[in-house]
Ligand binder design. Sequence first.
Ligand code: C2O
Length: 357
Amino acid sequence: PDSVPATCVTVPVTDKVIRCVSADGFQCPGVYRPEDVVDFSALPPPNGPLRVRRPAHLVGADAEYVRKYEAGVQMMRDLDASGDPRSFKSQAAIHEAYCNFHYKVTAAAVAATRTAGAIDLDVHFSSIFAPWHRMYIYFFERIIGELIGDSAFALPYWNWDAPDGMMLPPIFNNASSPLYDANRDPAHVNAVMDLNKGPGAENDLPLCTDDACVKENNLSVIYRQMAVDTALQFHGNKFCAGGTPGSPGSLENAAHTAVHIWVGGNMGVLGTAGHDPVFYSHHANVDRMWHLWTTALGNDDFLGTGTGGDDWRDTSFVFYDEKRRPVHISVRDVLDAGRLGYTYEEKETLEWLDKRP
Ligand code: C2O
């Protein structure tokens, strides 16, 4: 089916710039009538309480919170899987659709900025990565809040940049919880993660024989991904404006990818990652890393003017919100977490800040 889930550059949402190309019966999310789309910037700003995302390894102590979070995910699982875009399956399918070539950027959208014809859309490996995932978990969080009737509900973040958070958070490791996924790498579910693996790995860090050393290395990996000072290094190559996806930034390439691989199972493959509930907490921390990069570290998302930054800021997608409305949202709408009504609680000092290897 044709749908209009995304625009690239400044092509208006009413143009069918992205086409769902599923040939295998995959139910592409985001099939809706263009006339139903509402613009995010026209919606009133959230007037509920600020949603405070807390570290996942600490929220376990808050039984009331865990009960609500589990209830919300269970309710998503119980919704009509293909009939309700808020169902857990539909939500997980969004991630698959956007990374497994179910959409194409058509020639019409590409013409202005690219020489090649239609290309596969992938929200990874370029500067689309950070804002697209911010949008995705924003709507996921709002949906849970709506289902449990708590507008203050905030996702927990997997605090893997702090030594105490460098294991699978226990709330995700309870086999009778809707937050559980039985397919994770069994060797890792109770182990300290090693972030010095995968594409961002550096072989100049010490070889470790104990967890304390692995944790130190992890802090150095985080330091390196955060201590870049241009937006291009941090966010990766431009997707639109003639940029070539295939060049992820340090935010995506280092700890983010290492954690996916380390968890394994559904998380280990982009197409299935959204099926593991820990995905949304993993990405809450990726999102927090971006938030810290611009706030605590004082960097600027400036990717250039004209065909650089403006194309990035105008890149837009359509997501279903908690009321099942298709909402058209642009990168420029999500550059400030405050505008989206959430923030991050910082419990610990940022140890990686002084871990230059
Ligand atoms: Cu869309 Cu962590 O990947």
